[in-house]
Design a protein around this ligand. Structure first.
Ligand SMILES: *Cc1c(COP(=O)(O)O)cnc(C)c1O
Length: 414
């Protein structure tokens, strides 16, 4: 098996295991030789990776700083306090929990803290941009709770807040959920707060995708309006794979107990170290520039694609991601994903609001720009990338895909 060339193995120490090293090398090459347009991914920084590889991986520290179930936690206590302080400052939150192992685990903790099995919970429908942890039947949230879903309006594909209010007042959910995986517009937090107050329910904002944009100061923060906010630290915020919960002081005890011992065991202290690094890095000018450029690139690419005959859902984007209706090309979202991959461009298939295709096929793709932006994508390159994408989606010819791949990876792979 061939060793990983040093220049491709950026930031990877050899494991000494030939099989695993070969796979790491292949993955590095795959990432570097394709245009990465996945909305959920970023390249963790060297600092984040170093923290992830640190000795803190070895530490058991069940409990909270100052009250642990294990000995020898004095340094882990200081580390977790540092991460809490940094996240609290970054987002202006009263209560911070940095222990959730992922965004989904943070979400499970929120349900555990505020709802009982069977309670109604109101969230954006999955097909309209929501997330599986917001009441999908395939997930605990749809199986153990009673999901209710609001939608976007057909005419402008923006959230129908009248419907949100009607559903909230009629069904009295325990929790009103805002936040989405594939909705490229900001939420109206003041209005959602008002609805939650009228319906006397908890307002939870799942800011998985939004957190990095908020940290960069480019969108209003949900923290002043929400009872609780969850986020994934591995999305735009460019940290390790994990979650954070932010909340009002009054919810401290409920959330602490929900994360541990209800949902999780020992926290992942090396990930907490990496979260501390990412929170500090998110306060730099460089970070804000990277997020701003990611949004500029998503807007430019969306506009260039639209100029070539496909449709951007809701007419555009305010984020680093966009949902593109590819049905005008006579293909499904799954076919578009496959053809683009053949041409070296990696996207997610997606569903449209009111899609006629099943969820596993869809009529759309979701694009995201953070990784491509870090690797040099600019709005000036968007026309060439849009040409390549439309070209790749419009043909099933291998030769055409090969040609497009050679051309576009030269331009857009840094
Ligand atoms: C990505 C995402 C999550 C889940 O995050 P994981 O860290 O992958 O568990 C939750 N909610 C929304 C809206 C997301 O986009």
């Amino acid at each position: 098996m061939s060793p990983v060339p040093a220049d491709l193995a950026t930031g990877n120490l050899p494991t000494g295991d030939a099989d695993v090293d070969a796979l790491i090398g292949r993955e590095v090459r795959r990432r570097q030789s394709t245009v990465q347009l996945l909305a959920s991914e970023t390249e963790p920084t060297v600092g984040v990776r170093a923290a992830m590889a640190s000795v803190f991986d070895a530490k058991y520290a069940e409990g909270m700083p100052g009250s642990r179930y294990h000995g020898g936690c004095e340094v882990a206590d200081d580390l977790e306090e540092l991460a809490i302080a940094r996240a609290g400052e970054l987002f202006g939150a009263e209560y911070v929990n940095v222990q959730p192992l992922s965004g989904s685990a943070a979400n499970l903790a929120v349900y555990s803290a505020f709802a009982q099995p069977g309670d109604p919970v109101l969230a954006l429908k999955l097909e309209h941009g929501g997330h599986q942890t917001h009441g999908s039947r395939a997930n605990f949230s749809g199986r153990w709770f009673s999901p209710l879903h609001y939608e976007v309006r057909r005419e402008d594909e923006l959230i129908d807040y009248d419907q949100v209010r009607d559903l909230a007042l009629v069904h009295r959910p325990r929790i009103l959920v805002a936040g989405a995986a594939s909705y490229a517009r900001p939420f109206d937090y003041p209005l959602l707060r008002q609805i939650a107050d009228e319906a006397e329910c908890i307002l939870w904002v799942d800011a998985a995708h939004l957190a990095g944009v908020v940290a960069a100061g480019l969108l209003p923060s949900p923290v002043p309006y929400a009872d609780v906010v969850t986020l994934s630290t591995n999305k735009v915020i460019r940290g390790p794979r994990g979650g954070i919960i932010l909340a009002r002081e009054q919810h401290r005890e409920a959330l602490r107990k929900a994360v541990f011992p209800f949902v999780q065991g020992g926290p992942s202290m090396h990930t907490i170290a990496a979260k501390a690094v990412a929170c500090a890095e998110s306060r730099t000018v460089g970070f804000a520039g990277y997020v701003r450029s990611s949004i500029d690139n998503a807007r430019a690419l969306g506009a260039e694609l639209a100029a070539r005959g496909v449709r951007v859902v809701s007419g555009g984007t305010d984020l680093h991601l966009a949902v593109i209706d590819v049905s005008a090309l006579g293909i499904s979202g799954a076919q578009a994903q496959y053809r683009l991959r053949a041409a070296g461009i990696v996207v997610d298939k997606a569903v449209l609001p009111f899609d006629t295709q099943p969820v596993t096929v869809g009529s759309a793709i979701r694009i995201g720009t953070p990784v491509a932006t870090e690797r040099g994508l600019t709005p000036e390159l968007a026309p060439a990338l849009a040409d390549a994408m439309i070209g790749a989606m419009s043909t099933s010819e291998h030769a055409a895909h090969d040609r497009i791949r050679r051309e576009i990876t030269d331009v857009a792979c840094g």
